[in-house]
Design a protein around this ligand. Structure first.
Ligand code: MCA
Length: 510
């Protein structure tokens, strides 16, 4: 097993002139090209810069930057010196940002100069922060000036233990605040090796990358996946359906990864009839359930049968439809090489038979070791014999294919982003005119699910739907804010006082 960062350096030594990343920045109509040799060199220079700041192994280094090359250099360099990369959604408003920085006890923070005024007050409040660097991400030049001319003799690539954490991704749950899932070098490498076999990554692949890079999907599965294989990446700063189809066709891309909302927009794009995608060898769908309709619509429109796969931040990818062989509609496929999956009774934990619905549990070198400084939550998440409880429900067919059948956690997935109702309910509870609330997901053609809030106003309060939505949007990243609010006199509750969300879904989502 070759550590994926070592693999990157090996490719740089063997084929320094090979294209690593071509970055198409729509915001500034600019394109930059970086070869493997250059990528390796700039990562080294960035490591030297990080060292000069005093960043040490184990330090959490937060990145809240738009999708740009400096993000990638920093992320790779942070992991390379043995520190922990903590990528954050640039859309997080100050309130959410403050939580992540404080919980992770981030020691360094690289943030976007464009929002300096907004976040500087937050940064000032975080005791653990030793330094916050505001970067101008409009062009790479400013970053290159920061890292150029460093003495590289001092920077040796660290020999990173497979057990050391190198990446932290925050995920939420049905209770409590978001938790940092720690991913180790061993986890990332195991997952990449497994996907390399399952998806047949090749050096001559060209991946079109349109996903955000602060989640496992866009960062680990897509970007790391391509770099681990020594393939080339065509990276867009933002997803645009017409441009995506145009690039897939005209640049002869071979691999594309996306979420159902993106695939739907491609099917509906005005140029969908004009493109030829027959040269693509792999188009995956994940992060949210792919509906049978969309699976079929994509096949009819583009002549390609989408490969659906299933993963989580804590485990990276665990199950995938096969590259060769049947891509079964409605199914997420077969366990990946090196990954064990079982279905158990959610109540007593005993294994259930084929075709019976139970909780999906997973074990393997890909599975994270712990939530950051949350021993109780970590032990709840694992069975005594070491299986990770995904919280998703599913079944195994007799021929080994797995199908997901809903979630035992009260999770909403909107456009591939997870939204946990308690996070939104907590914000609503702080509104002075709101007495009680419940947040649910309603089926939605475009987003898969749409966040909706059911609200009981305080007696005499007159707060409107628009005011509450606006209030949420100031405190939560856009995709978590409810898209609509329904006012009721009372929430349906059971004898224990627990809100009956299934009743609300039946009442409001049909
Ligand atoms: C954007 N908006 C959203 C979403 N995305 N609202 C709800 N759900 C969303 N997913 C908001 C925008 O802030 C904007 O609000 C308005 O919707 C319209 O924006 P639009 O320009 O249409 O959106 P977009 O920028 O084109 O984004 C749509 C998207 C994006 C490309 C589908 O949501 C996306 O990249 N999703 C992928 C998420 C992903 O990678 N998830 C991986 C996590 P306004 O204008 O009013 O402010 S899961 C994972 O990693 C696991 C391991 C796995 O298995 O993959």
């Amino acid at each position: 097993m070759m550590h994926f960062l070592d693999r990157l350096s090996a490719v740089a030594a063997e084929q320094p002139d090979k294209l690593a990343i071509e970055f198409i920045d729509d915001r500034f109509a600019s394109t930059s090209r970086v070869t493997y040799g250059e990528l390796n060199e700039v990562v080294l220079q960035t490591m030297a810069m990080l060292r000069s700041y005093g960043i040490a192994p184990g330090d959490r280094v937060a990145l809240q930057l738009p999708k740009c090359m400096p993000f990638i250099y920093l992320h790779l360099a942070i992991m390379r010196i043995g520190a922990i990369s903590l990528p954050l959604n640039p859309g997080y408003p100050p309130r959410e940002l403050a939580y992540f920085l404080a919980d992770a006890e981030a020691r360094f923070f690289f943030a976007d100069k464009a929002v300096q005024g907004q976040i500087a007050p937050v940064v000032a409040e975080i005791d653990s922060l030793q330094e916050c660097v505001f970067l101008d991400c409009r062009e790479d030049g400013a970053f290159m000036q920061m890292v150029e001319g460093r003495d590289l003799r001092s920077v040796q690539f660290a020999v990173n233990s497979a057990l050391a954490t190198c990446l932290m991704i925050y995920t939420s749950g049905t209770t409590g605040r978001p938790k940092g899932a720690e991913l180790t070098y061993g986890n990332l490498t195991a997952s990449l090796d497994s996907l390399e076999v399952a998806w047949g990554w090749r050096r001559d692949d060209l991946l079109l990358h349109v996903l955000p890079i602060f989640h496992v999907h866009g960062l680990v599965v897509a970007l790391h996946g391509a770099l681990h294989a020594g393939a080339s990446v065509l990276m867009c700063s933002k997803f645009d359906p017409v441009k995506t189809l145009d690039l897939l066709d005209n640049r002869r891309c071979t691999v594309f990864m996306a979420v159902p909302t993106i695939h739907r927009r491609l099917v509906d794009a005005p140029n969908a009839d004009d493109v030829d995608l027959s040269h693509l060898r792999l188009i995956t769908s994940g992060s949210d359930r792919l509906s049978d309709d969309l699976f079929e619509m994509f096949r009819v429109q583009f002549g390609y049968t989408l490969l659906e796969r299933y993963g989580m931040s804590e485990t990276s990818m665990l199950i995938s439809n096969p590259l060769h062989g049947e891509r079964r509609v409605g199914s997420v496929g077969l366990p990946l090489p090196g990954v064990e999956v079982r279905i158990v009774d959610p109540e007593d934990g005993s294994p259930v038979g084929d075709n019976e619905i139970g909780e999906v549990q997973v074990r393997g070198a890909n599975v994270f070791p712990r939530y950051w400084r949350q021993p109780a939550k970590t032990s709840e998440a694992f069975t005594p014999d070491g299986w990770f409880r995904t919280g998703d429900l599913g079944l195994r067919e007799p021929d080994g294919y797995f199908t997901l059948k809903g979630r035992s956690k009260d999770l909403i997935i909107s456009g591939g982003y997870n939204v946990y109702p308690p996070e939104v309910e907590l914000v609503l509870a702080e509104h002075p005119a709101i007495l009680a609330s419940a947040v649910i997901g309603c089926p939605d053609t475009e987003w898969g699910e749409r966040v909706a809030a059911i609200v009981v106003r305080q007696p005499g309060a007159t707060v409107t739907e628009a005011e509450i939505i606006d209030y949420c949007r100031q405190r939560l990243v856009a995709y978590k804010a409810p898209r609509n609010i329904v006012f009721v006199d009372d929430l349906p509750r059971n004898a224990m006082g627990k809100v009956q969300k299934a009743d609300l879904r039946r009442m409001l989502c049909s």
